[in-house]
Design a binder for this molecule. Structure first.
Ligand code: N2P
Length: 389
């Protein structure tokens, strides 16, 4: 995606977030988010056979939609995005036209609080029984009672590398003990610059990882913590070639870059894609010994969705073990469906950077969310960081 375009969309999103904070606080106004919350009663009205979905790019199996259409006679329109900020901006502007959206659970919390989603009607979701109770518990931290959200897939922010290119660029310097050094320590980035370093292109993703690397609170840091993260980031800024999110899969798969700060699932997918494309790059998602940043991308139904009943049919369809397993087998992301595990390919099931060991899961930083003031500060610092001045 074009960097400037994606960033201007981001700024639009941030401007609107500020607006959201204002709306959610004005409780006396009858246009408040609370008053706008629809009931699920609308879901029982007859609906046209259409379902509009907005999901992350590279996040579905080739036959997921076709099989749903065959099974239900519902026609799916499917659009993709690659940052929470873009989705958030659309949700706040209302009338998205979507019946299913897939925000990260931390952003979804803001959206729930802003009245942007409708409650799930669990009587329409018998396949709920297949979900992993551990994941549901984790989700309930941000969505109490699992009222609005169903996890689609989950993974963590980490460092991905092209193993051979990184070894060659590091020369005599051994791999660091802590994988985060590869993107935040100038000793390594100054060498890896030669084969190309890329970062995710959002303030939140970049500052969360930087704060984690510095051992500071990831979501609740002080302004001084953010300044320290900024100072640290500026030292590696000259070594970063690109800022992109959805484009990392192809950049890694083609050998265009050798190190990425991004999503573990996309790194495994880049490896798979390079084999499919006969580019044969050995790409790995590293599991930092200090832990990665966990995220869960979650299905939700916008408050003004026109086809909530079809949305429930979709959710229930996705929760079938074989349907979920096919998605995991395609995109190399872990899923929330316990009953799906037996249908997941052995090499994916045994890949310890996809299905993490209990010990590595315990080290993950759980999803969280910054307050509006912190988000504004991050945006300001990120703009400076990215422009490099
Ligand atoms: C899918 C990327 C989604 C991960 N390719 C970030 N939420």
């Amino acid at each position: 995606m074009n960097m400037n375009l994606s960033y201007s969309k981001y700024l639009l999103g941030m401007a609107i977030i500020t607006g959201l904070a204002t709306v959610s606080c004005s409780k006396s106004d009858n246009t408040t988010a609370e008053a706008a919350k629809p009931t699920v009663a609308a879901a029982s009205e007859p609906e046209e056979k259409i379902l509009n979905i907005y999901n992350w790019s590279d996040y579905i199996a080739p036959d997921t939609i076709a099989n749903f259409e065959k099974e239900t006679g519902i026609k799916v329109r499917y659009d993709v995005f690659d940052s929470n900020e873009i989705l958030h901006a659309k949700l706040i502007a209302k009338n998205t036209g979507y019946d299913i959206v897939v925000p990260g659970s931390n952003w979804a919390k803001l959206q729930i609080d802003g009245g942007l989603f409708q409650k799930l009607d669990k009587s329409k979701l018998p396949n709920w029984k297949n979900l992993d109770p551990g994941i549901l518990k984790q989700m309930a931290e941000l969505d109490p009672g699992n009222t609005y959200l169903i996890d689609w897939m989950w993974s963590y922010n980490t460092v991905g590398i092209n193993v051979d290119k990184v070894k060659a660029a590091l020369g005599d310097t051994p791999m660091p003990d802590n994988a985060w050094d590869l993107v935040f320590n100038p000793t390594y980035t100054s060498k890896l610059k030669s084969c190309g370093i890329t970062f995710l292109d959002t303030p939140a993703d970049v500052f969360q990882a930087a704060l984690h690397y510095l051992g500071k609170p990831v979501y609740t840091g002080t302004p001084e913590d953010y300044q320290a993260a900024f100072d640290m980031l500026m030292k590696v800024r000259p070594d970063i070639k690109k800022f992109n999110s959805g484009g990392q899969i192809d950049d890694l798969a083609s050998g265009n870059i050798c190190v990425a700060y991004g999503w573990a699932g996309d790194f495994n997918l880049a490896h798979k894609r390079s084999i499919e494309n006969k580019a044969e790059q050995h790409i790995e998602a590293l599991v930092p010994k200090t832990g990665g940043l966990m995220f869960m991308d979650t299905m939700a139904i916008p408050a003004d969705a026109k086809h909530p009943n079809n949305a429930h049919l979709w959710m229930n369809y996705i929760m079938q073990p074989k349907v979920t397993a096919a998605i995991t087998n395609t995109v190399t992301y872990a899923n929330p469906n316990k009953a799906a595990t037996e249908f997941v390919d052995e090499d994916i099931k045994n890949n310890k950077s996809i299905f993490l060991s209990d010990e590595d899961i315990a080290k993950l930083v759980p999803p969280g969310v910054e307050d509006a003031k912190t988000k504004r500060n991050m945006t300001r610092l990120y703009t400076k960081f990215k422009s490099g001045v």
